[in-house]
Design a protein around this ligand. Structure first.
Ligand SMILES: [Fe+2]
Ligand SMILES: [Fe+2]
Length: 208
């Protein structure tokens, strides 16, 4: 795969992530308003603010790449986020916690993928920021997992697979770099070594 293709992948993922963060932030705004426990309100508000921060960071990268967000996705993300946020007031405590945890587990992989795309496209300056965002998404997943497991339904239901430990985010990226070095130089046999977590993109599409 050429550097140009890697760059296209990166730009597309960034545009998806930018709008997905908008939907997530609005959904969490409704979510923390809907819970009565003071600690849960505070934690989910903090998560909302972190999603806004991610959006800002991704927006800066898009600018640097001279790309604009998709206007239609932005509109859809606003609607989806606000509707989900409003639904939290009617669905009870468990469903929003479960939905958030499941989504966050995919967000981790999305930013891990973005780090690989950035590296392969020659934008190493973005890598640390993507890995940091993946780590923050890991914390979000961990929080919602703990809430779900504290509920009697969470103890009975089979929940989404647990992500690897947080330190694996940087370790697996380092390993990827070690094995994918030739791809940057367009070695034809290794050029497609980028692993694209299938559902990372799918989820982004769903989330936008
Ligand atoms: Fe985020
Ligand atoms: Fe998150």
């Amino acid at each position: 795969m050429s550097d140009q293709n890697h760059l296209q992948n990166l730009v597309e993922l960034l545009r998806l992530a930018y709008s997905a963060e908008l939907a997530a932030a609005y959904a969490y705004r409704g979510h923390w308003h809907s819970v009565s426990d003071a600690d849960e309100r505070e934690q989910i508000l903090k998560i909302e603010n972190e999603e806004w921060h991610h959006r800002e960071l991704v927006g800066q990268m898009l600018k640097q790449l001279e790309t604009n967000p998709s206007r239609i996705r932005e509109l859809r993300a606003t609607i989806v986020g606000r509707v989900l946020g409003a639904l939290c007031h009617f669905t009870g405590w468990f469903a929003p916690m479960y939905g958030a945890g499941r989504l966050e587990s995919r967000n981790i992989r999305e930013y891990e993928t973005a780090a690989r795309y950035a590296r392969d496209a020659g934008h190493d300056e973005f890598v640390d920021c993507f890995l940091m965002m993946a780590e923050v998404e890991w914390q979000h997943e961990n929080y919602f997992r703990s809430r779900v497991l504290s509920h009697r339904l969470g103890k009975r239901l089979r929940i989404w697979p647990e992500p690897p430990p947080r330190e694996m985010i940087r370790k697996s990226f380092a390993e990827y770099v070690l094995h994918a070095v030739p791809s940057r130089q367009n070695f034809p046999t290794l050029g497609d070594a980028v692993e694209v977590p299938h559902d990372a993109v799918v989820i982004s599409q769903h989330a936008d």
